[in-house]
Design a protein around this ligand. Structure first.
Ligand code: ADP
Ligand code: ASP
Ligand code: MG
Length: 824
């Protein structure tokens, strides 16, 4: 014999009930089956809502009732299509409709009663809740008959006998097992249909087995009958590594031990009602969890000696929502026995279930988690019991925190593995998930943490990545500035995405995109095929709006990428770092602005354990800052830095000679995009000054831009010209001066280079005549070069050389920073 249980979704619509019937039709051919059904999906909640409204004298309960009425009637209509043409079918439908109408009328009378007396006792609640399963089982039974299946309907209340603990009744197995065995002995039908969840007390009053209790009904019958198998049919394909509704990457666990199933279900894997396992465990009956919507899927099999199909000692992650954390604390508690006894006795008297407890060894406080609907009641009762101690200020009034959830990491083999809690908490920490309390069961089968409810999705996703997908890490980018460089970066991400995922197990997604006019966000990742059109149609851009989106999406491994040259954007980095969103900046303003801000960002990056990288600030894609930082962190000290850091100035001085004019060369550089629209920004050396300033700061020297010596080679007239055109005119007028600079260098067989130097704590930039043989002499095109003289490289410098300008290389530099963070 097999026992099959179908949950709310499985019997939630006519379409799904048809799927159930075809499963039953197939299975009853091999063996007798008992079929336990839940209420139609969502009805139990709606019954409760209606009753609460009625109890609060709110007439809206009638509307709720109407909804319950119409849901059942539309299910019936969907199951008996076109009955007019079939007289027998029509009669069966009429019959069913009559019974259902009677039941619904009874329900209405009960609700009216609750409204009148303004009270909803646990006993009345059970009477009310029993309607859900009574209605669904009746509808399915009549449908089975109309489809000519050999079925009987048996009310579980006549079989399952409990105590009078309404809403959560305890089963009397002696009587119950006898009832079940006796009933099935004399039953001859191939299918016996039973409502789940409902039972009766020894005194004959209706009781229920706790929310989600239909699973338990099925397990009780399976154990009593020594069934071959208990099948739990639901709306997902088994017990997953974590709730598949919250974590897309969650996967079904093929095999699970009874103990692991208990642990996962206790800590929130709602797919199995926790008490379900005990009765079948004693008889070693396998539990198979299957998907009614996808019956072919393998599902999960729960047995005693489940084989592990993965290497991970962690089997699953789970969450319990709607948690409140209560803290009892005070100096008067230390070393004095009896506080916890009184505390927990009080909670027991109030019938408040404690989900998690922690106490620090200082004994200064006890902290425990309960369902948040019990929080107020618990506070009142505890404050009352400790009234005397509170008045004497030995302890504080109890502190209640709400809007919390518990997450748990579960696995049988965890006890033999070190480092799981380390991994768990560092993963949560890295993702800015604040942990309010921690508990680890002595069985070491689970480690739980209490966190804010808004962090649950992020926490489960990052832990899932850590324990089950170790191989793929999702990175969520929020990019602002999609000019030349930004566009190249998006292009590179698009091209490399599959490769990076396959080879480096990094899943790169752009979750937010903004230019100065529009912005778009998508927590599933923006489709990069037509990002431009999407952006054009996006919402109006705003710096704070973009930040709020990144914050509220609360995605793990988020990185803010600044590809603007904007002050306000640079000033927003701190906000991101405080949310543990890493920052990658192409923008030089933050690192070359005032030193306090630079130091603050570095400090925030350490405090929040979040990267702040800006490799492209110096030498575009060349690994200059990264190399410098490796030298410094490994204990080296920089003595001198000499560098040519401007691709535009190089281009200009590499092409300027006696055959050309300075005007023509600068004009060409401007036209080809090697300089800023106003070439003076490059020619005045300010950009190079900022770069060497950043290198000096990264070497550990606290200097400001004003401390830098800038040797400007432009004429006064050039600097003072109001417009860019006027500036170009001065180049023509002062051609002789510029030629003299060239001639002086040529006479000494030197090349002109704009050089940045840092030496002995001082930095300067200026035009220099470089003699033949010097590493700068042969610098071509847009190349940059940086020479580090350090304690470890005192004579022969460490040299980094290569293209130091251009959208493509700058975009690769940003890409490299992103990958550095991903690999972190
Ligand atoms: P039923 O109505 O069939 O009894 P439930 O809603 O009680 O279904 O349980 C199934 C739901 O449990 C799934 O839809 C899923 O959202 C939730 N769930 C939570 N954790 C898990 C998990 N680890 N594996 C599978 N489902 C889970
Ligand atoms: N209908 C009940 C509930 O929603 C029992 C069940 O579905 O298991 O809690
Ligand atoms: Mg359930």
């Amino acid at each position: 014999m097999k026992i099959l249980k179908f949950g709310g979704t499985s019997v939630g619509t006519a379409e799904n009930i048809n799927k159930v019937i075809s499963i039953l039709d197939q299975q009853c051919k091999d063996t007798n089956i008992a079929v336990v059904v839940s209420a139609v999906g969502g009805i139990t909640d709606k019954l409760l809502e209606a009753a609460n409204l009625a109890c609060n004298k709110d007439l809206d309960y009638l509307q709720k009732y109407d909804v319950i009425w119409s849901i059942h009637n539309s299910v019936i209509d969907g199951l008996f299509l076109n009955p007019e043409e079939d007289k027998l079918l029509q009669k069966q439908q009429d019959n069913l409709q009559e019974i259902i109408t009677d039941k619904l009328n009874d329900l209405k009378s009960l609700l009216n009663g609750i409204y009148l007396i303004n009270e909803l006792s646990p006993k009345t609640k059970d009477k009310l809740l029993s309607f859900g399963e009574a209605l669904s089982s009746t509808i399915i039974y009549y449908t089975l008959q109309s489809r000519k299946l050999d079925a009987a309907l048996k009310n579980s209340q006549e079989l399952i006998v409990t105590d009078s603990n309404f809403n959560n009744a305890i089963v009397n197995f002696e009587i119950t097992n006898g009832n079940i065995q006796k009933f099935f002995e004399s039953n001859t039908n191939a299918i016996v249909l039973l409502p789940g969840f409902v039972s009766k007390s020894i005194h004959g009053e209706i009781t229920t087995l706790g929310r989600g209790g239909s699973d338990y009904t099925a397990a009780i019958i399976a154990a009593a009958m020594d069934a071959d198998e208990l099948q739990i049919w639901t709306d997902v394909s088994g017990m997953f590594t974590t709730n598949p509704k919250l974590v897309k990457q969650a996967a079904p666990i093929i095999e699970l031990s009874y103990q692991e199933a208990v642990e996962l279900s206790h800590f929130g894997a709602k797919v199995l009602y926790p008490p379900t396992v005990m009765p079948v465990l004693k008889k070693q009956i396998p539990i198979v969890i299957k998907n009614t919507l996808d019956p072919e899927a393998l599902g999960t099999t729960i047995t005693q000696n489940a084989k592990s199909t993965s290497d991970s000692p962690v089997k699953g992650l789970s969450n319990i929502d709607h948690i409140a954390l209560l803290t009892l604390q005070g100096n008067g508690m230390v070393g004095i026995p009896g506080f916890s006894k009184r505390l927990f006795e009080t909670l027991a008297q109030e019938k408040i279930n404690i989900i998690l407890i922690t106490q620090s060894s200082s004994e200064h406080s006890i902290c425990f988690g309960i369902a948040d609907i019990d929080a107020q009641r618990a506070k009142e009762a505890i404050d009352k019991i400790f009234e005397y101690e509170i008045a004497l200020q030995k302890i504080d009034p109890i502190v209640v925190e709400t809007d919390l959830s518990i997450i748990a990491v579960v696995g049988d083999k965890m006890k033999n593995h070190q480092g799981i809690s380390g991994k768990m908490f560092s993963t949560l920490g890295k993702n800015n998930v604040n942990i309010r309390a921690i508990a680890q069961g002595a069985s070491e089968r689970n480690i739980s943490a209490v966190i804010h409810k808004n962090d649950v999705k992020k926490a489960l996703n990052s832990l899932h990545e850590q324990f089950f997908e170790i191989k793929t890490k999702q990175i969520n980018l929020f990019i602002t500035g999609v000019g030349n460089v930004g566009e190249r970066l998006i292009e590179q991400i698009k091209q490399q995405k599959a490769y990076v995922k396959e080879n480096f197990k990094i899943n790169l997604r752009i979750a937010g995109l903004s230019n100065s006019r529009h912005m778009i966000v998508n927590d599933e990742g923006i489709n990069l095929k037509n990002w431009k059109t999407q952006l054009e149609n996006g919402e109006k851009a705003s710096l704070d709006g973009f930040f709020q989106h990144a914050k509220n999406l609360n995605l793990r491994n988020s990185i803010f990428v600044d590809i603007t040259a904007n002050d306000a954007v640079a000033n927003s980095y701190g906000k991101y770092l405080k949310e543990s969103i890493a920052v990658v900046a192409c923008n030089k303003i933050a690192c070359s602005g005032n030193i306090e801000y630079y130091n603050e960002l570095k400090q925030l990056s350490r405090q929040y354990n979040t990267s702040f990288l800006f490799e492209t600030n110096v030498g575009a894609g060349l690994p200059v800052i990264d190399t410098l930082s490796h030298l410094i962190t490994s204990g080296d000290k920089v003595n001198t830095i000499q560098a040519v850091l401007s691709g535009s100035l190089n281009f200009i001085f590499n092409n300027f000679n006696s055959e050309t004019t300075f005007y023509d060369v600068v004009k060409q550089a401007q036209e080809e995009g090697y300089t800023e629209p106003d070439p003076r920004i490059d020619l005045s050396g300010i950009d190079v000054a900022r770069k060497v300033l950043i290198l000096a700061r990264e070497s550990g020297h606290a200097i400001e831009l004003s401390d830098l010596e800038t040797d400007n080679f432009l004429t006064d007239a050039a600097m003072k010209a109001v417009s860019v055109d006027d500036f170009f005119e001065t180049l023509k007028t002062d051609e002789a001066y510029y030629q003299s600079l060239f001639k002086s260098a040529e006479d000494k067989n030197c090349q002109l280079k704009f050089v940045a130097e840092f030496n002995d704590g001082k930095a300067k930039v200026g035009l220099k005549e470089i003699p033949e043989g010097h590493p700068f002499y042969n610098l071509k095109g847009k190349d940059n070069i940086v020479m580090f003289y350090t304690q470890r490289y005192p004579e022969q410098p460490m040299i980094i050389k290569g293209a130091g300008a251009g959208a493509d290389v700058t975009a690769s530099g940003l890409f490299a920073d992103i990958i550095r963070i991903a690999n972190n």
